[in-house]
Design a protein around this ligand. Structure first.
Ligand SMILES: CCCCCCCCCC(=O)SCCNC(=O)CCNC(=O)[C@H](O)C(C)(C)COP(=O)(O)OP(=O)(O)OC[C@H]1O[C@@H](n2cnc3c(N)ncnc32)[C@H](O)[C@@H]1OP(=O)(O)O
Length: 379
């Protein structure tokens, strides 16, 4: 950190003072040689002989940061004066049920939109199938540039667009920003549910009333259903220095892996069969996690439909000295189970809001996977 203080002089005072960059300046391809270097496999292997998605989340996060460093590279400086942090995993869509731990994986990505201090990065992942790399995953991240000590915002290089395709990608970035603002302004933490959602919740409530008693209090679970509170799983992590990033905070990829694995276990426990991740969306990194913190993860199923399970993982930190908990992230994962899963019923008003929020996240998934021809069945 002492060394990084010296880099302040390289920070630009305005965005105009920075040279524009092309999308191809940040374009990168990286190979994860699982097929050709078997000694790598152990770290990525699940017991079902597939690839651990939590490890892929870590790689995507690191790669997103690396791409942003390429976009903002100062050729005359040995080290970047910027601290680049993950602000948001906008979405990750899977187009394959599971990945083979015995075939090479290729990642490619670049910056596709910039604001003043933020950058949207798109990453694609491919896996070798015969002689061809086939698409398996699409991810969109938002990274934010901070000063050398990660204390305040820092400008990033503007982007020049060189083709109609690049203009379309940039336009999509603008639309994504607008969509995020709209999604957040209608958040159930700020506004009441809409008329259709209110009807959904009231009908669910009515279907849990005991017909034998004329009372709003006696609640009975309908057949093939589970109370939301009974779907919960919790875990605790001690954030050891091993998990720190280059800015001496806990690595975002580690937080995602831990949250994902708890979410997966929640979906597995709930659905009674092995779930596959279909989509990840809207993971907002609200606060950095300090080394040495206690990380409390709390996961629950908040919405289901046919084979789909929508899981929400809430993460909070507390220091060892200070018992006050602070929310750092909320993670949303959509899983698909091998068989149809029970319905999940909210019992309280708060749980009803979780249900509606889960439904909103589920509905924002690009295409239900069963309708997506690209979603190949496991080879
Ligand atoms: C070399 C390769 C290997 C490197 C591997 C190391 C990887 C290291 C990466 C990490 O692990 S980072 C750790 C996980 N992330 C964090 O801990 C970040 C925690 N969150 C924060 O510190 C703040 O919430 C954050 C800096 C992201 C935003 O702070 P503010 O809300 O005060 O920011 P501000 O309001 O000044 O907005 C700054 C920009 O961020 C944008 N922004 C903020 N929150 C956002 C959000 N949620 N979604 C999209 N954009 C967002 C905002 O629009 C704006 O963009 P523009 O300047 O371009 O207009």
């Amino acid at each position: 950190m002492e060394e990084r203080k010296l880099l302040h002089g390289f920070l630009a005072e305005s965005q105009k003072g920075l040279p524009p960059r092309r999308m191809k300046d940040s374009y990168i391809e990286v190979l994860l040689p699982l097929g050709s270097q078997p000694e790598l496999r152990e770290k990525y292997l699940t017991v079902q002989n597939t690839v651990r998605f939590g490890r892929i989340l870590e790689d995507l996060d690191s790669l997103g940061v690396l791409i942003c460093y390429m976009h903002t590279k100062i050729h005359s400086a040995k080290m970047s004066p910027l601290s680049i942090v993950t602000a948001l995993v906008d979405k990750i869509d899977m187009c394959k049920k599971s990945l083979s731990p015995e075939q090479d994986i290729k990642f490619s990505g670049h910056v596709c939109w910039v604001g003043k201090t933020s950058m949207e990065v798109k990453i694609q992942m491919f896996q070798l199938h015969g002689n061809e790399f086939c698409p398996v995953l699409d991810a969109t991240f938002v990274m934010v540039a901070r000063d050398s000590e990660n204390k305040g915002p820092a400008f990033v290089n503007p982007l020049v667009l060189e083709s109609p395709e690049e203009e379309e990608l940039f336009r999509q970035g603008e639309l994504n920003k607008g969509r995020r603002v709209a999604f957040s302004s209608t958040s159930l933490l700020k506004m009441a549910p809409n008329a259709e959602e209110r009807t959904t919740i009231h009908e669910m409530f009515l279907s849990t009333l005991d017909p034998k008693t004329i009372s709003f209090q006696s609640r009975v679970l309908p057949p093939n259903s589970v109370w939301m509170e009974n779907s919960k799983l919790k875990s605790l992590e001690i954030c050891h220095p091993q998990e720190r990033n280059i800015f001496n905070r806990i690595f975002g990829g580690f937080l995602m892996r831990k949250a994902y694995e708890l979410g997966w276990a929640t979906a597995c426990n709930f659905g009674g069969s092995r779930p596959f991740v279909v989509a990840v969306d809207d993971i907002m990194f609200q606060k950095p996690v300090e080394v040495g913190s206690l990380l409390f993860l709390s996961s629950q199923v908040c919405f289901t439909q046919e084979n789909y399970i929508q899981v929400r993982v809430h993460s909070e930190v507390a220091s060892l000295q200070d018992k006050e908990h602070m929310t750092t992230n909320v993670f949303h994962f959509t899983f698909m189970s091998e068989k149809e899963v029970p319905l999940v019923f909210p019992r309280t008003y708060g749980e009803s809001m979780l249900y509606l929020d889960g439904q909103r996240h589920f509905n924002s998934m690009s295409v239900p996977v069963t309708l997506n021809k690209e979603y190949l069945v496991e080879p």
